[in-house]
Design a protein around this ligand. Structure first.
Ligand SMILES: Cc1cc2nc3c(=O)[nH]c(=O)nc-3n(C[C@H](O)[C@H](O)[C@H](O)COP(=O)(O)O)c2cc1C
Length: 171
């Protein structure tokens, strides 16, 4: 399958980046085509709610920032993986912007399956992220293949790596 991973942590060698890389490695080993994008390094603004896209824009966003690189990748992805740290009890802003900028096309055209990789310092901080992820999967009519989380003592461990391998096996 054609897999797009959006990695949203600004820490290039951090825990979320490690989880995204492990997902990529396992998916490629299983024969999938994987594109990994570090969206935290992109300039992607929030949606302006100007409704240009639903009028004159005919599905195109008026903002010409780095989201323009992402739209074609989103359009071709069959599996969308969101990888994000928890900031203030929810998914970090760097993942929210690209998700919300999909407003112009409503949903990624070919995405059938989704997964979430999430890291935090503390335990029991994933309810908001999981609820948002579940609702987006439903809204985009994509199967929620699951969520792997890694709090401080679970980061970069063999146990977490195995959970990610098991998640990839659900594709
Ligand atoms: C702005 C900010 C807010 C954070 N908020 C939380 C939080 O609410 N709960 C938590 O457990 N950890 C929180 N953290 C810690 C990160 O989620 C944690 O260090 C995570 O592993 C970072 O992922 P990374 O290594 O991929 O950057 C926060 C970190 C930052 C920088």
């Amino acid at each position: 399958m054609n897999i797009l991973i959006l990695q949203a942590s600004p820490r290039a060698n951090g825990n979320t980046a490690w989880m995204a890389e492990e997902y990529k490695n396992a998916a490629e080993a299983a024969g999938h085509k994987v594109t990994l994008v570090n969206v935290s390094r992109k300039h992607i603004a929030g949606c302006l709610a100007c409704e240009y896209c639903h009028g004159k824009g005919n599905g195109a966003c008026i903002q010409k920032d780095d989201m323009q690189e992402l739209y074609p990748l989103m359009a071709e992805a069959e599996v969308l993986v969101l990888a994000a740290p928890i900031y203030y009890f929810t998914l970090c802003a760097q993942i929210q912007a690209p998700i919300q900028r999909m407003y112009c096309v409503n949903a990624p055209a070919k995405v059938k399956k989704m997964a979430l990789l999430c890291s935090s310092y503390s335990p029991n901080v994933y309810d908001g992220a999981k609820a948002e992820f579940r609702d987006i999967c439903n809204y985009w009519h994509a199967e929620n293949t699951g969520v792997v989380t890694a709090k401080i003592d679970e980061q970069k461990t063999d146990a977490t790596k195995q959970k990610i391998i098991d998640l990839v096996a659900k594709l």
